[in-house]
Ligand binder design. Structure first.
Ligand SMILES: O=C(O)CCC(=O)C(=O)O
Length: 267
């Protein structure tokens, strides 16, 4: 499922691409339920980098259809950089401020691509992803940390620009579809005003050869090889969810100690 030339051109021009088919509605629903079970086990505590601990998240991050599309954009040596589950319950009022994914990372090249996989309907009413097409062409722009209740970006990271809402495009997806966006694309989302949960799983992919100056946790090899050695690789495996949850709790403590608490850890 490589991208066509037209799709690649569209991505390079606008900084995003959608909708792309991935899972059936039923398959997406099973992933949503598995993700929900993990959330319930966390009793309201943050879920961070779920692909390092939980099978459902790792499976989603390594889906060949997504990797084929990503390979068309960043080449064959692909690492899973990071993941986030964005869960908006009906009426919970949470939103995502306008931001660029890579603001803190200090990448050697702006080559990271994010896939946003819809595990529910994600339309305007449900508070779907919104993007500012073409904004990636300006490179990394200044942000301010504006903490606000309900912002899923804990740091409150917000681009220092007057974003014209008229320029925003709503990336509407049905359950099981996905979108792609460029690391420098300005994007965000509004609250969910529908009566269903809006659930998306975001996976960020980096080519093995791209360096990051900001300290980073371990990566997972998604495809190809890593001859560059820029990142430590994650090799932990867990026998069951209990063990995974304990390791997840230890990982969160470790993140706080090596400054990634400042990073854009989302929901
Ligand atoms: O899911 C959302 O509402 C925002 C997603 C987002 O900011 C991202 O994938 O980087």
């Amino acid at each position: 499922m490589s991208l066509t030339h037209l799709q690649r051109d569209y991505f390079h021009d606008t900084g995003y691409l959608a909708p792309l088919p991935l899972l059936s509605r039923e398959e997406a629903e099973v992933y949503r339920q598995r993700a929900d079970r993990t959330r319930q086990h966390l009793h309201g505590e943050d879920l961070v980098q779920p692909h390092l601990f939980f099978d459902w998240a790792r499976e989603l991050a390594l889906l060949p259809r997504v990797l084929d599309a990503v390979e068309s954009l960043i080449g064959a040596d692909i690492l899973v950089h990071s993941t986030s589950l964005f869960w908006k319950a009906p009426g919970d009022g949470v939103f995502v401020s306008w931001h660029q994914d890579g603001y803190y990372w200090r990448l050697s090249e702006p080559e990271v691509v994010s896939a946003w996989i819809a595990l529910s309907v994600s339309n305007r009413e449900a508070g779907c992803l919104q993007v500012i097409p073409g904004s990636q062409r300006d490179g990394v722009v200044l942000h301010t940390e504006r903490r606000a209740p309900g912002n899923m970006l804990r740091s409150g990271l917000t681009v220092d620009l007057d974003v014209d809402p008229e320029r925003a495009v709503a990336v509407e997806l049905t359950s099981g579809q996905f979108s792609l966006h460029h690391v420098d694309l300005v994007h965000g989302s509004r609250p969910n005003t529908s009566d269903q949960a809006r659930v998306g799983f975001a996976v960020r992919y980096i080519p093995a050869g791209v360096r990051q100056d900001f300290p980073h946790h371990e990566v997972i090899q998604a495809r190809g090889v890593d001859d560059a050695g820029n990142y430590a690789h994650w090799d932990a495996e867990f026998n069951d969810e209990e063990e995974a949850l304990r390791a997840h709790a230890r990982f969160k403590k470790r993140l706080r100690t090596f400054r990634l608490g400042n990073n854009k850890e989302k929901a």
